[in-house]
Design a protein around this ligand. Structure first.
Ligand SMILES: [Fe+2]
Length: 363
C-alpha cells in the first residue's frame, strides 16, 4: 500500500476508545489522531455500548479495569449484539497476568495490549486488525453477492424450465420427459468426464449447463401445428419435414436471446442442443447432416438421452419398451446414429437410467 493510500485508509478508520482514566484516554486519543485515525473517546462502558451501534466504529480499544462495568463485561455485550458483534475489540490493560489475557480472548477480544503501551505497537496492532476485519467483511460481502447471483440464476432456470414444460404439454403424452432427460444428460456428462476421450471438454460448468439447457431441446415445437404435433398416425413426408423444422425454430429463437447475452454459456449450449439433437453420427441426421465429432458434444449426449426416454415412454400408438429392449436398440445404432463413446458411457450408468425411468418420480 502506498503512503497516501495508507493515510487515506487511516483517515477513514474510526476507533472507539474506552478508558476511565482521563489522562490515558487523552494521550491515546491524541496519539491516534496524530496518526490520522478518527477517534471516538468514552470514559465508561455503559456510554460506549450506547454509542457503538450509532457510531459504527471499525475497531474498539477497551480498557479492562473500570468502575461499574469492566472491559470484559463491555466486550461480552458487544459480542452478544448481532449488529455490532463483528467489530474487533482490542483490550488494553495494566493487568499482564496470563489468565487476564486468556479471559480477554475468551470473551471475544482479538488482541491484548499491556500498559504502558508503545505508540508504534498500538498502531501496528490496530492496522493488522482493521485490515483483517476489512478482508473478512469483503469475503462475507462476496459470499452474499454469490448467493444472490445463485438465487437469481436458479429463479431464471426455474422460469425457463416452466416455459419448456408449457411447450412440452402440447405434445400430449410425454409426461416427465424433460425432467428425465435432464437427469440422463447429467449422468452421461459426469460419466464422460470420468476418463473418456472427452474428459478434457467436460468441466463442472459443462455439466451444470447441460442439465439446465437439455429441457430446451424441443422448444421449437411450439411453432408446429397441433394437427402435426398431435397426429395419431404416421406423418406424411411433408408433415415430417415441417416437424423437422422444430430444431431450427428453437435454435433461432434462442439465438436472438444469445445475441443480447453472448457471454451466457447456458444459452449457447441450449442453441447447440436444440439445433443438433437430431443429427446422427453417420451424417444422416438433420438439419445439417453433420458427421461424427462435428456435431457438438452436448447434442450427441442429448441424442442418446432423448432416444432412450422416447423409446421407453408410452405413446398413443404403442406401449413404452423395456429397458433391455431399448438398450439393444441403442447398441444396434452405435456408430451409425450414436457416438460410440456416449453409448459406452450409457452402458456404465444404465442401471441409473433404468432406475430414473422405473421409479416414475416425475410422472
Ligand atoms: Fe426434437
Amino acid at each position: 500500500m502506498t503512503k497516501s493510500n495508507e493515510s487515506l485508509q487511516q483517515a477513514n478508520t474510526r476507533i472507539l476508545v474506552v478508558d476511565d482514566d482521563p489522562g490515558i484516554l487523552a494521550s491515546l486519543s491524541c496519539m491516534l489522531s496524530d496518526s490520522g485515525y478518527t477517534v471516538l473517546p468514552y470514559t465508561n462502558g455503559a456510554d460506549a455500548l450506547k454509542a457503538i451501534p450509532l457510531e459504527a466504529p471499525d475497531l474498539i480499544l477497551l480498557d479492562i479495569f473500570m468502575p461499574e462495568m469492566d472491559g470484559y463485561e463491555v466486550c461480552k455485550c458487544v459480542k452478544q449484539n448481532n449488529e455490532i458483534k463483528d467489530i474487533p475489540v482490542i483490550f488494553m490493560s495494566g493487568m499482564n497476568a496470563v489468565e487476564d489475557k486468556i479471559r480477554g480472548f475468551k470473551v471475544g477480544g482479538v488482541d491484548y495490549i499491556t500498559k504502558p503501551f508503545h505508540p508504534e505497537e498500538v498502531q501496528a496492532r490496530i492496522t493488522t486488525h482493521v485490515n483483517l476485519s476489512t478482508f473478512r467483511n469483503k469475503l462475507e460481502y462476496q459470499k452474499l453477492v454469490e448467493k444472490k447471483i445463485r438465487e437469481v440464476a436458479e429463479a431464471q432456470q426455474a422460469t425457463i424450465f416452466a416455459l419448456a414444460k408449457l411447450a412440452e404439454q402440447r405434445d400430449g403424452d410425454t409426461g416427465g420427459h424433460l425432467e428425465r432427460v435432464r437427469d440422463y444428460c447429467k449422468l452421461l456428462a459426469q460419466q464422460l468426464a470420468n476418463g473418456s476421450p472427452y474428459a478434457d471438454h467436460i468441466s463442472d460448468e459443462f455439466i451444470e449447463c447441460i442439465q439446465h439447457a437439455s429441457p430446451l431441446h424441443d422448444i421449437g415445437k411450439v411453432a408446429i401445428s397441433d394437427a402435426i404435433l398431435q397426429k395419431k398416425g404416421k406423418l406424411t413426408q411433408e408433415e415430417f419435414e415441417i416437424m423437422q423444422t422444430h430444431s431450427i425454430i428453437g435454435a433461432e429463437n434462442m439465438q436472438s436471446v444469445y445475441n443480447k447475452y453472448p457471454e451466457n454459456p447456458f444459452i449457447g449450449m441450449g442453441i447447440e442442443i436444440a439445433l443438433y439433437h437430431h443429427e446422427r453420427w453417420d451424417g444422416k441426421g438433420y438439419p445439417d447432416g453433420l458427421i461424427g465429432r462435428n456435431i457438438p458434444l452436448s447434442a450427441r449426449i442429448m441424442a442418446v438421452a432423448d432416444c432412450y426416454d422416447a423409446l421407453r415412454s408410452d405413446r398413443c400408438y404403442r406401449k413404452g419398451l423395456e429397458h433391455e429392449k431399448v438398450k439393444e436398440m441403442l447398441l444396434e445404432e452405435e456408430g451409425t446414429h450414436f457416438d460410440p463413446e456416449i453409448i459406452k458411457a450409457f452402458l456404465a450408468v444404465e442401471d441409473l437410467f433404468w432406475h430414473i425411468m422405473d421409479t416414475n418420480e416425475y410422472t
